[in-house]
Design a protein around this ligand. Sequence first.
Ligand code: DGJ
Length: 734
Amino acid sequence: MGIEYLKAEGLFRLTAGDTEYVIGIADGKYVGHVYFGKAIDDSRCGYLMRTEEPPFVPSRNPGEKGSFADAFFWEYSTWGVGDYRESCLNVRTAGGSRGCELHYEGYRILEGKPGLKGLPATFCRDEENGGGMTLEIFCRDQVLGLKAVLRYSVFEDSPAVIRSVELINEGQETLYLEKVLTACLDMDLEEGDLLTLGGSWARERHMIRRPLAFGKQLVSSFRGESGHQDHPFLAVMEKGAGRERGQVYAMHFVYSGNFMAEAEVSQFDNVRMVMGIHPEGFEWVLKPGVSFTAPEVVCVYSDQGLDKMTHIFHDLYRGHLIRSHYLHKKRPILINNWEATYFDFDSGRLLEIAEEAARRGIEMLVMDDGWFGKREKPAGSLGDWTVNEEKLPGGLPRLVKEVEKLGLSFGIWFEPEMISPDSDLYRAHPDWAMHLPGREPVQSRAQYVLDLSRAEVVDYVYESVAAILRSAPVSYVKWDMNRQMTDVGSAVLGREHQGELFHRYILGVYELQERLMKEFPDLLLENCASGGARFDPGMLYYSPQIWCSDDTDAVERLAIQEGTALLYPLGAIGAHVSACPNHITGRMTPFRTRGHVAMAGTFGYELDITKLPEEEKQMIQNQVETYHRFQPLVREGDYYRIASWAENRRYDCWEVVSKDRREALVTFVQVLAEPNRHSRKLFLKGLDPEAEYCLEGSGRVYKGALLMYGGFLVQPMKGDFMSQMYHFTVNYER
Ligand code: DGJ
């Protein structure tokens, strides 16, 4: 790892693992992109900026500055001065004119990586900031008096390059930031594909691959959250690239609010990737002396397809993003009462569930929605965070005590960001709900969204959640958020600042969770948003695990978890076994398969255990044992996708290999049974080719090379939705 300035060549070179990122300065002022890819270690690479060919740099050919601007590979493109591709920055002056041109002024190379105030960000785990470096490139628009700091960080143990940008108004006049994306990445790529993640509620983060096409291809959200529908991720893959082969350039946004991510194929067959806060509904007022920091973007290059990209993201997030001390710890196996009871519960019902759960080895009871105010259905009482003592006589202290007596710890659900029209809070403070003057706010799930740009609202929310947590020994919080935003207006922000509300809202969420983690450092926080609508790297900074989807159907989960695990380590993926027929799809799947699928995540149950047949209760005991055995491997290992049901519509397979390659766990799901089939050959990955692997329970031994290149044979099973786990270990010292 290193960052250096090559003075003679005027280049900045960042090296991280086997990856190199090179930045050049053209004409002494234009910050250009030279290279991002496999390390080349040749300081003569500056010619890649193409400044020695027409239209040349503006000092040599001033009459064609426009042509230069529209073809140059910019590190940070600005709007209005000749680059017609998607720009990162657009600024309006108090006089109403738009346009910005940033010229290079200088640089600074720092040890470590500074945090981003109020924002989630990757960090050096070493307390002294060791193991990381940051390059700051200073630029200025003289006319606007705007300074820009382009930041690039690298870590010793990761090939990723982390980017962010800070804008500082050093002029005399107020500036209006109409668009601030974090990064653009220009590259030559004549043919390739675009990979994104998308879907809907209960179908989150399916992988979507399509050919790159001339023009702009966009994924985005202006729902106030990263969303079920799109994900703040974008990968450009060279033609023919796959899981193990080919070049992949990826961007992932460490942010949980509105975003845009776009790939644009322009007139010269170049591709530009951009990522940042969605400009729709955004405007930031930048007074003189004030700065604005855009959330960071993780840039990843892989020369070995998606598998390598996945490993880079997993290792980066485990090593440099998740802060919770649960990161490397076993998570409690929980049972959540949502699908067991919905709103229809009281202490008695919860304790019945807890008692049976304790008997079967489950470790925590989580009380979901419906324990507060007068809430009996998904309407009403949000904001009134007082325990409903009719349901829970003696309040939380008594219930938690009873649960603990059974040997379980206790977790609780909140939806802190919301307010119900039918709530005491709304009756007292109707203006705390986001709304637009003269309009009745749109209800969604019969609720409004709190204006978290207001300090007094943030304080109220924090104190209501904290008071509950102070009242009893609560070990876990599920932080939910069940609607997307409309009527994004604040009663107090002032006319000029309404365009800041989306972003200020998310800053409010981050502040709340930061405060929570400070006061309750031992709390296990699980974020959730109507299933997986805010599953993003931003939230991962605050909670080590996120609820993946409300869809707990084992088959549907295959595609959802495949897409999620493309970027996120399995230990971050909330996954539970639920009852059948599945409440969303109506599908019947074997209990065993549901267990196998949920074990590719944090693992838990979400069903009425008291109503299960004895046979399934006993299976829970087995699953609990299996989880205990394999959870360190699943949480810490390297994940490989072997086959994808989303692609082949017949079977699914993934593998987790320990970092020392002495252990591997393969999970195979036969989604549809087929008649007259021979065994299926699977090619395992990531093993030590020379090592001898024993397959547990079979007495068989295979060389790693045999399993990877010759293949492993999986016998057909009778019935749909069947699954099998295969555990391989190297049982000798080398
Ligand atoms: C949506 C969540 O995803 C569910 O798990 C559940 O907590 C409900 N909200 C409760 O309202």
